[in-house]
Design a protein around this ligand. Structure first.
Ligand code: DC
Length: 239
């Protein structure tokens, strides 16, 4: 089944499985997957490593701005179907997923000059289209004209458990209550900041995946795309 060359925007709360969903859809329909949150995490990692965030979480904004203005070389590279984030020649995919980065990324991503730096990068990497991108403001700010917008949500405890399991699978030793607190705090900051807060675009399709398997998510997406583009053919799914 051939889906046209469109942009698919996937937004939603933390740990709703946006990236797993978007990666699966990208692999199934031959789209480029871009993780906008990774860019915010990359900027946060740089700020942490350069000592621009103090022990109390205060961000040295002038120093961070100077670093971004100088032209920070954060970029995605495609590697066997996966898209990975690089800082220069250094792959930083693992470092950006730690709880330490998670606990600073929302305040960093609320800074307007950080958002415009990331938005420019996202547009640069999406040139050519046929992209599925996940984040918080993709369907509202980054690609307000995206042909398909999805808004994902799920029960808070289920999301915290997923995040916890993900950290454990990466060899980290998380504390469930800390993971839950971090998730709630990020949702709050993401939804209440002034610059591009997380909101559901009026024309987004809502997916609550609290009780859905990945396969059910794919079937849901398939139904949506078939209806949206008038495709009658019943495709064979790979998973
Ligand atoms: O999806 P994630 O958890 O990796 O995102 C990390 C943070 O980046 C999240 O707390 C909010 C921010 N973010 C954002 O503000 N806008 C986006 N489009 C994507 C992420």
């Amino acid at each position: 089944m051939r889906i046209p060359d469109i942009i698919i925007a996937v937004d939603g709360y933390s740990s709703t499985g946006k990236s797993s969903f978007a990666k699966m859809v990208a692999a199934e329909f031959g789209f480029l997957y871009l993780d906008s949150g990774a860019m915010y995490r990359g900027v946060t990692l740089v700020a942490m490593e350069k000592g621009m965030i103090d022990a109390g979480g205060k961000i040295d904004e002038p120093a961070l701005k100077a670093t971004l203005d100088k032209g920070l070389d954060l970029h995605f590279r495609r590697d066997e179907g996966l898209t990975r984030l690089f800082l220069g020649e250094r792959c930083i995919e693992e470092e950006i997923r730690t709880l330490a980065v998670s606990s600073h990324v929302s305040p960093v991503s609320a800074i307007p000059f950080v958002r415009s730096f990331v938005d420019d990068k996202l547009h640069e990497f999406s040139r050519g289209g046929r992209v599925i991108m996940d984040g918080r403001d993709i369907g509202t700010t980054v690609f307000p004209n995206a042909e398909v917008k999805i808004f994902m949500t799920a029960d808070e405890l289920v999301r915290a458990q997923r995040r916890f399991d993900e950290l454990v699978s990466k060899g980290q030793v998380p504390v469930f209550d800390e993971v839950l607190a971090n998730l709630k705090e990020r949702d709050y900051i993401d939804s209440h900041r002034e610059a591009s807060p997380l909101t559901q675009a009026p024309d987004a399709y809502v997916m609550d995946n609290t009780h859905m398997t990945m396969h059910e998510e794919l079937v849901w997406m398939l139904g949506l795309l078939q209806g949206r583009f008038g495709i009658l053919e019943a495709p064979a799914l790979s998973c």
